[in-house]
Design a protein around this ligand. Structure first.
Ligand code: FES
Length: 190
């Protein structure tokens, strides 16, 4: 499927792989809707404009179990609405076992009420080994790795449901980008 608007808004569905390209300004609110694995990329602006930009994301549009992918400053960002089981799994990990020790809470940002909402995990979707984009298709064990989170097929790095490296050559957890809540449900990345 391909669709264009005057703002070069383009949605492309490649055999249900759900690639969505949305031309926006330097700031845009986006949401995942019912798509489990949408990829949102900003197009139509000069690279230097996008590089300096930030994006706003309405978390309420990302349904439980879904993940939004978007491009920010040339890098993919994952916004994952985790299930209670995934949160419990992430919180139960003994960080002494980790190559890059971080609690799940350390990977979250407080909302305007000063509380952490573990449902939403926001990460740069770039493997910390050599920069491939990990996969993490929910419901497909072979696409989530051995720890139920993300898997980098380039050299076999497994990340858990908090995006922490658990097995394989990657040295660090998936990076948390700079972001903040601008309302109860909207975050600004960058
Ligand atoms: S780039 Fe991901 S494991 Fe090597």
């Amino acid at each position: 499927m391909s669709e264009h608007t005057e703002n070069s808004h383009e949605v492309i569905d490649h055999e249900k792989r759900d690639f969505i390209y949305i031309a926006t300004g330097a700031a845009a609110a986006v949401g995942a809707g019912a798509l489990a694995w949408p990829l949102v990329m900003q197009m139509g602006k000069a690279a230097d404009t996008l590089a300096a930009g930030s994006i706003e994301i309405d978390l309420s549009k990302v349904s439980e179990g879904a993940q939004l992918k978007l491009l920010w400053r040339g890098r993919p960002v994952f916004v994952r609405h985790r299930t209670p089981a995934e949160i419990a799994e992430a919180e139960a990990v003994d960080i002494a076992e980790l190559k890059d020790p971080e609690t799940d809470n350390q990977r979250l940002v407080p909302n305007p009420a000063g509380k952490l909402d573990p449902k939403y995990l926001v990460m740069v979707g770039v493997c910390t080994h050599f920069g491939c984009i990990p996969v993490g298709e929910q419901g497909k064990v072979d696409a989530q790795g051995q720890y139920g989170g993300w898997y980098c097929p380039c050299h076999g790095s497994h990340y858990d449901t908090s995006g922490r490296i658990r097995k394989g050559p990657a040295p660090k957890n998936l990076e948390i980008p700079p972001y903040e809540y601008v309302s109860d449900t909207v975050i600004k990345v960058g």
